[in-house]
Ligand binder design. Sequence first.
Ligand SMILES: [Zn+2]
Length: 250
Amino acid sequence: MSRVSPSPAARRERPFGPLVLCYHAVSDSWGHELSVPPAAFERQLRLLRRWYRPVAAADLSTAGRRSLHVTFDDAFRSVSAALPTLQRLRIPATVFACSGYADDGRPLDVPELSTDAAAQPAELATMPWDTLRGLADDGLEIGSHTVSHPRLTRLDDAELRRELRESRERIADELGRECRFLAYPYGDEDQRVRAATRSAGYAAAFALPGTKSPADAWGIPRLGVWRKDHQLRLLTKVAFARPRHAGARV
Ligand SMILES: [Zn+2]
């Protein structure tokens, strides 16, 4: 992944860059906006697959705007329901896991989701190391979503460094392969966070819709896909609203 930002001219030529989708849970039974039903997930990907060429995360820096990559933040266990579709359509995907949750696979009990985590712990359960290893063996990229899912801009330099480095190293140790990519929790980042991410040894990092920072290798734009995004709405977003569509930021 290139560490060089595209020139202004290149940005004008490729105003959007590749299409990188950001999903969270894939479940029929959790009605939250972060959760897309498996059948809807399959319909969405089948549709987009007609026009977009799937690419791996490592190839995004050189991929054209008709390229497609799928990401999942938080490593919810329900993402397993998306795997058959990804395999059938041969779409590379990246799952971003918090190393501090993978030890016991407990529900993502961050303040914004604590009520849901208490009421529906199975829906918010996260993937433990064994599951993540299985995904990596199946060819999925496993990236870091930090250790504890904090708001990175609020941390002091030492804490910021720890969240970024410790998670990268732990994921690499547990999976026996490099951890090259980061997704910022809540999409909460600024230039200090981006610089620290680069120093922590990542090859690139993924933003969420609504970022005010420029799109580059440390803030790869993504289009969030939410439960309410039926086919037509998703296509409209893909055509007109990316990458700054507003939505949940977790
Ligand atoms: Zn998250």
